[in-house]
Design a protein around this ligand. Structure first.
Ligand code: SF4
Ligand code: SF4
Length: 327
């Protein structure tokens, strides 16, 4: 019997999600044995023409990591949607926009100005920035268009499932692959991880006092952090109350607070707003000036609350005018 065809593709991401597959260690051999990988740019030399030559729906499942911020990524996403039975948004950037989605606090011009302009390591006296077309003696060269906005994958194409995380833990990959192979998937649209909060499975949860009250916020690198105690109860911002469980407490076990890469639980629309609501509920300050002082002690409140989820939040970006995304 023919093995199910699988594609692995990357959009606006850092490459960590590619390493997540390698983190399967010897299990990757079992995966490679069970499926027929027809696209994986980081590891195998398949071309776009190979994918185009497949029948529509012929790929059983495509795992796409990264958000979408260029015309090329948009084109590939539509191509793989057409060729695939299932699309799985793989990792925080495809799921929520991720860290690259923080660029939505700026415009493309702001980013070009920094990346090709004033940053201290840039040497660019002519002020050259990427152009869509460039005339050369050999002919006209083309580059993909960079959009003003980073989009989570489901704002560009229909997505069947999501695997959260920055990056995705190996056990969640194996569970997803097994569920696909056995045809034992939950309802379409599900996030393939538990829908309870990280606090619910955190080993430090029992250290919380009956009533949490904080009057100041401490920064992790300026504070001694007791490895037994709840960060939040100690005044160190931890996004555990608003964040989905399933990562294996990776940061907590390294004595670092959660920054929310698994995104919100099923019942929450806006991860950052949920976290701010949880934080506000434990702050025990009544004096407005004291409250201002506390808020000012957070260097980048919006970047912190929406570190992984700005692009998928109700805010989505700093300005609301968006370029048209072609259907
Ligand atoms: S706030 Fe953070 S440290 Fe405290 S219980 Fe929740 S996840 Fe654990
Ligand atoms: S503790 Fe939070 S930020 Fe760290 S891996 Fe888990 S969900 Fe992601």
């Amino acid at each position: 019997m023919a093995k199910p065809k699988v594609a692995i593709y990357w959009n606006a991401s850092c490459g960590g999600c590619e390493e997540a597959w390698v983190d399967l260690n010897e299990d990757i051999l079992a995966v490679a044995d069970a499926v027929d990988i027809v696209l994986w740019p980081v590891a195998l030399d398949f071309k776009k023409s190979h994918v185009e030559a497949l029948d529509d729906g012929e790929i059983a499942v495509s795992f796409l990591n990264g958000g979408v911020r260029t015309s090329e990524q948009e084109e590939w996403s539509h191509l793989l949607r057409r060729k695939s039975g299932l699309i799985i948004a793989f990792g925080a950037c495809a799921h929520l926009g991720g860290i690259p989605g923080l660029a939505n606090f700026y415009t493309k011009d702001d980013i070009f100005e920094a990346a090709y302009g004033y940053l201290p390591t840039v040497e660019n006296k002519e002020g050259t920035t990427p152009q869509l077309t460039t005339k050369m003696p050999e002919g006209e060269l083309e580059l993909p268009e960079i959009y003003d906005t980073v989009y989570p994958l489901d704002q560009i194409i229909d997505v069947d499932y999501y695997i959260p995380g920055c990056t995705v833990p190996a056990d969640l990959i194996m569970e997803a692959v097994t569920a696909v192979l056995k045809g034992e998937l939950p309802p379409k649209g599900s996030v393939l991880a538990p829908s309870k909060s990280l606090c619910d499975e955190c080993d430090r949860n029992d250290s919380k006092p009956d009533k949490m009250e904080i009057t100041e916020l401490k920064r992790p690198h300026l504070t001694f952090m007791d490895p037994e105690k709840c960060f939040l109860a100690e005044g160190v911002i931890c996004m555990g109350p608003a964040t989905r469980a399933g990562c294996g407490q990776r940061c907590i076990n390294a004595n670092m607070p959660c920054r929310g890469c698994f995104g919100p639980t099923d019942d929450v629309k806006d991860h950052g707003a949920k976290f701010l609501s949880a934080l506000a509920s434990i702050i025990e300050i009544n004096d407005p000036e004291e409250m201002d002082r506390l808020v000012e002690s957070i260097p980048d409140p919006s970047g912190l609350s929406y570190m992984y989820s700005l692009a998928s939040s109700l805010l989505a970006r700093k300005r609301f005018e968006r370029e048209t995304v072609k259907a």
